[in-house]
Design a protein around this ligand. Structure first.
Ligand code: GLU
Length: 357
């Protein structure tokens, strides 16, 4: 698996003396697909980290071949075992990893981000939730009981000399309830009019009470809807518990979720997590901020959105086996590239969005 695709690249200054490698033993640099840092296109690799590594290798007079693996864990294992001489992609520098490998100086500031969908299904789910919620049903129940009581009273007042309200209990009370509901909702068809003095008094009272009863009812429903929308919205990592989340197994995002005891579905490739979000199998994807941002901007503008700001600050470094003989040269090269503007040029090439500047 490790040597799925090996691309040998010799830097032009290969002839320069370097007693730790010969032309026959180029350095093995293990990398993985993670746009925009590394894109594994059919027979060649591009991306921010690839460009940067090419420049580092040139500065440090290193010849190398790039080896592609699927996951960051495979990268780390290859470096730790010495199978690879270095690893580069979007490898976060963590204390745990530093125990088994070394890192170059950090070369990129990153962190985690949450990606969600601005889904309408969420809104619908909320509304249904509210319709079947206890507070909505009890508000509805209370309204119904009130309508029932007033329906009976109006029938008692009117049944003697108002043909609109028949004397017999069921047909009479039915008309009473009808009048009561029409009046309290301020609909007022006027198809049944109380004639008795007490009946008219009750009518007056019930009309004005209706204003409050209905306002109260509306307030209960809308506040419930707002509360449930606020509860279901994801605006940052604090909203993650209880949500369905996907991320890449073994990544720093997975580590963050584990440390915070937030359950998640682990996938091997981030594309699978994107697909789960698209299918509404999860509510959010947590992963490296620049990777998610690049994905949204380049591939799926409109389908996905970012929830909240970057958190869990991280930096990327080049992974090296412990006591690597190349560490100093690589660090020196990284510093030189930052000083002479090469780093900035590569950064602009991959992170400047046309039209936004
Ligand atoms: N920055 C992430 C990490 O180092 C990248 C994860 C990945 O390559 O999938 O864990």
């Amino acid at each position: 698996m490790l040597f799925m695709l090996a691309l040998t690249v010799f830097t032009p200054s290969l002839a320069a003396s370097n007693n730790r490698q010969t032309e026959e033993t180029p350095l093995r640099i293990v990398t993985k697909d993670i746009p925009p840092f590394v894109f594994t296109e059919e027979d060649h690799l591009i991306g921010f980290s690839i460009d940067l590594w090419e420049e580092v290798a040139q500065q440090a007079d290193l010849s190398y071949e790039l080896v592609i693996v699927d996951t960051v864990n495979e990268q780390l294992e290859a470096v730790a075992s010495g199978e690879a001489d270095a690893g580069i992609a979007a490898i976060s520098m963590t204390a745990e990893r530093e125990e088994v490998i070394d890192f170059s100086h950090p070369y990129f500031d990153s962190g985690l981000l949450i990606m969600t969908t601005p889904s309408t299904s969420g809104v619908l789910r909320n509304m249904l939730g509210v319709l079947f919620s206890r507070s909505f049903l009890s508000a509805l129940g209370a309204l119904f009981v009130l309508v029932l009581i007033v329906g009976h009273i109006i029938w008692l007042f009117e049944r003697k000399n108002n043909p609109n309200f028949p004397k017999r209990y069921f047909p009479g009370v039915w008309e009473g309830i009808w009048w009561s509901a029409v009046t309290v909702t301020t609909v007022g068809y006027g198809d049944k009019i109380p004639r008795a003095r007490l009946g008219r008094l009750l009518g007056l009272f019930w009309m004005f009470a209706g204003l409050f009863v209905i306002a109260n009812f509306t307030a209960t429903v809308t506040s419930q809807l707002t509360i449930s929308q606020l509860q279901s919205a994801i605006n940052g990592p604090e909203d993650l518990p209880g949500k369905r989340i996907a991320t890449v197994e073994g990544s720093t995002a997975a580590q963050y979720l584990q440390e915070n005891r937030i359950p998640f579905m682990g996938v091997t490739l981030i594309e699978d997590a994107y697909e789960m979000l698209r299918q509404d199998d999860v509510d959010a994807v947590v992963y490296d901020a620049p990777v998610l941002l690049y994905y949204i901007v380049s591939a799926d503008l409109g389908t996905f959105t970012i929830a909240g700001e970057m958190f869990n600050q991280e930096t990327y470094g080049i992974a090296l086996p412990e006591n690597s003989p190349y560490e100093n040269e690589i660090n020196r090269a990284l510093l030189a590239l930052k000083e002479d503007g090469t780093y900035d040029a590569i950064y602009d090439k991959w992170f400047t969005i046309e039209g936004l500047e």
